[in-house]
Design a protein around this ligand. Structure first.
Ligand code: KIV
Ligand code: ZN
Length: 384
């Protein structure tokens, strides 16, 4: 099976989010958790952006030894020099350098031409390659770059020494089919593509970041860039936990990874707390409702057999288990389930009465608590 390299950018793209900024010691704590989770590359920061971020990348390079440490730079010599200095203590250091390749980036952001972009890409990669052993090139806004020109830039970056070529859907524009075709186009039209690994870096502006990353992997990408809880610029990046669990669920996606999935929920909570960034309750895999069942029909099914409404065993991702939540939409099976948990044995008639009382309370309060249940069951004929 082909290895899929998991490139985590929680500490760079994720940390760019307003309010998520971390100090270097906090970044180091998350880096230790990422290393233990099993990611292959940690993008630790953008060293030229601030003295504290330089310190973060240096500190992480000094202490994290089982993971490649990556620093971001623009295709600018000064950026590359600062990134290389920050990575000095890394056992495996990587510079991630690149430039915009779409028409709007070339024209409006860079006031440049296609010819010049190719030259600048080549120069940046060569320059970085003289400073570190491993260089990754990104073609910013590749999602909106025409495939023919993208192939030209990618070929040039590889011939200049890039061993990883990142194809970001920077604005989250592509449909999965389009993004998959883009990766296939590069696989089939870049003559030296066998000398590099193709990476995906998808943003979630249309809610398609994970779908696009999977389409890229199916088309031949072997590195995926992602973040814990999907945090990142604007609507975020591809979420690590989603990609990994999709691969685990769908065995026809024949790539392997080294993520210890039992550590997913713990690291999700750590990142959320440290970055002050709550996880939406209905977030796939890591939301508080991801394994919670509240409608009567679903609860009855789950109580009979968990797999009727769950495709992932909660323990596989480090959750304590499935939850049966009691609301006014719950059924008798769920109420009986909770009665047993609290030590009440109800016969058919008692359950019927308890359920009637329960609905009266549940219609009044949004959240049924244990004290409500004790009151309901105490007023019902129960058997010890
Ligand atoms: O989204 C993007 O294009 C990026 C690059 C800097 C890799 O974050
Ligand atoms: Zn990005």
């Amino acid at each position: 099976m082909d290895k899929l390299f998991v490139f985590d950018t929680t500490l760079r793209d994720g940390e760019q989010v307003p309010g998520c900024q971390l100090k270097s010691d906090e970044k180091l704590e998350i880096a230790f958790a990422l290393e233990s989770l099993g990611v292959d590359i940690i993008e630790a920061g953008f060293p030229i952006s601030s003295p504290e971020d330089f310190k973060s990348v240096s500190l992480i390079s000094e202490y994290i030894k089982n993971t490649t440490i990556c620093g971001l730079s623009r295709a600018v010599e000064e950026d590359i020099d600062v990134a290389a200095d920050a990575l000095k203590k890394a056992t495996n250091g990587r510079i991630h350098t690149g430039i915009g390749t779409s028409e709007s980036h070339i024209k409006f952001k860079l006031n440049s031409t296609r010819e010049e972009i190719v030259e600048r890409a080549k120069h940046a990669v060569k320059y970085a390659r003289n400073r570190v052993a491993e260089v990754e090139f990104y073609a910013e806004d590749a999602g909106r770059t025409d495939n023919e020109f993208l192939a030209r830039v990618v070929e040039a970056a590889i011939s200049a020494g890039a061993s990883i070529v990142n194809i970001p859907d920077t604005t989250g524009y592509c449909l999965p089919e389009q993004f998959g075709e883009k990766i296939s186009y590069l696989v089939n039209n870049v003559p030296n593509i066998d000398k590099a690994i193709i990476s995906t870096h998808c943003h979630n502006d249309l809610g398609l970041a994970t779908a696009n990353s999977i389409a890229g992997i199916l088309a031949g990408a072997r590195q995926v860039e992602c973040t814990i809880n999907g945090i990142g610029e604007r609507a975020g990046n591809t979420s690590l936990e989603e990609v990994v669990m999709i691969i685990n669920q769908h065995k026809h996606i024949t790539v392997s990874h080294d993520i210890d999935t039992k550590k997913i929920i713990p690291i999700s909570s750590t990142v959320s707390e440290m970055m002050n960034m709550p996880v939406q309750p209905n977030k796939a895999i890591v939301g508080t409702n991801a394994f919670a069942h509240s409608s009567g029909i679903h609860q009855d099914g789950v109580i009979k057999n968990r797999q009727t409404y769950e495709i992932i065993d909660p323990e596989e991702v480090g959750a304590t288990g499935s939850e049966i939540i009691l609301t006014a939409r719950s059924g008798k099976a769920a109420l009986n389930f909770h009665a047993k948990k609290l030590g009440y044995i109800l016969d058919k008639e008692a359950l019927k009465i308890a359920y009637k009382n329960f609905l009266v309370v549940a219609d009044k309060v949004r959240c049924i608590e244990q004290s409500h249940l004790h009151d309901i069951f105490k007023n019902t004929k129960v058997y010890a």
